[in-house]
Unconditional design. Structure first.
Length: 317
């Protein structure tokens, strides 16, 4: 009599999966009840293995999902949603480092709008984690001196407890900080910390890549804007109008309150700037070695002064 191999149907697979899930549930319940129910070591190992497999599957799905987003804002928003859900907390925050300004920034969705929060990358809990490259668990935020209360005041959100981990690239570079805020039930645990570190590690590759793409896009947009500005400016032949156009475009592009353009007069060794006032155009002159403008002119170096009144070269008059 010949044996026939019965082909497994989808129904059989589903039934087998249900039996496996039922078995794992019974083992899990038994462990939660202190081991009652004669759970063997092998069954306990099987349960732990199943949890590890589920976690690996979840991380793989998360990586595939966020890798499909084109903008950095989309990646940030989805990551904080996933983190808040998986850590069972009230809110999650993801700060990324801005190398040009030395700040950590985070984007917050407000209805159809979006705002950006920025702090110095050595301030607050996020700054502490970023500069020291170490994770922290804070059970009482108000009692911890590292917590920056000004961010709560700015956002209207009351931070009670914090879990924060550094975001590292595969090369070990710290590019940001991932935080979980206000555990819904109980306190943040060691297991929560391990999970947050895993989420951070898994997301770092996508974050680094998306952040770089955004930098390139911004730089490209600035270059195109600059070319348009040059074309507009060079079409002007009147010096006063030319200077006015240059100053206006610089102020707009840098989002500044005011800009000043000084030109050197080789006959008098003075820097002069023309300013519109009343019915005419006034002229400001100063020796080409005096003040901040004189320092830049004589040294040929760029200056970035964060606090003008604290610099002795600044002339407020």
């Amino acid at each position: 009599m010949e044996k026939t191999n019965k082909k497994e149907t989808p129904k059989d697979k589903t039934s087998g999966k249900k039996k496996q899930d039922s078995f794992l549930d019974s083992v899990s319940t038994s462990l939660q009840n202190g081991g009652k129910g004669n759970v063997t070591i092998e069954q306990s190992k099987l349960l732990k293995l199943n949890k590890r497999l589920e976690r690996a599957e979840f991380l793989l799905d998360m990586t595939r999902e966020i890798a499909g987003f084109e903008s950095l804002s989309e990646v940030l928003n989805r990551l904080i949603e996933i983190t808040a859900s998986e850590l069972d907390c009230e809110r999650s925050t993801l700060f990324l480092n801005d190398e040009q300004t030395g700040e950590l920034y985070s984007r917050v969705a407000l209805g159809d709008l979006e705002r950006e929060i920025r702090v110095l990358n050595d301030q607050g809990v996020a700054g502490y984690v970023f500069t020291r490259a170490e994770s922290v668990t804070i059970h009482d935020a108000k009692a911890d001196p590292r917590h920056d209360q000004s961010i709560d005041e700015e956002t209207g959100f009351e931070t009670k407890n914090i879990l924060a981990v550094p975001v590292r690239t595969m090369a070990g570079q710290i590019i940001g900080v991932l935080q979980a805020l206000n555990k819904n039930k109980g306190r943040f645990t060691k297991e929560d910390l391990n999970l947050l570190e895993t989420l951070s590690s898994q997301a770092s590759v996508t974050l680094a890549g998306t952040q770089q793409v955004e930098r390139i896009r911004k730089k490209r947009a600035q270059e195109m804007e600059f070319l348009d500005t040059v074309a507009t400016i060079t079409a002007e032949v009147d010096l006063n109008k030319l200077l006015e156009n240059v100053v206006g475009e610089i102020t707009r592009m840098l989002d500044a309150d005011r800009s000043t353009l000084f030109i050197n007069d080789p006959k008098t060794n003075e820097l002069f700037s023309r300013v519109a006032g009343g019915d005419g155009v006034g002229e400001i002159r100063l020796p080409n070695h005096v003040g901040i403008a004189g320092t830049v002119f004589t040294s040929g170096e760029t200056l970035n002064i964060p606090h003008a009144y604290a610099d002795l070269r600044f002339n407020p008059g």
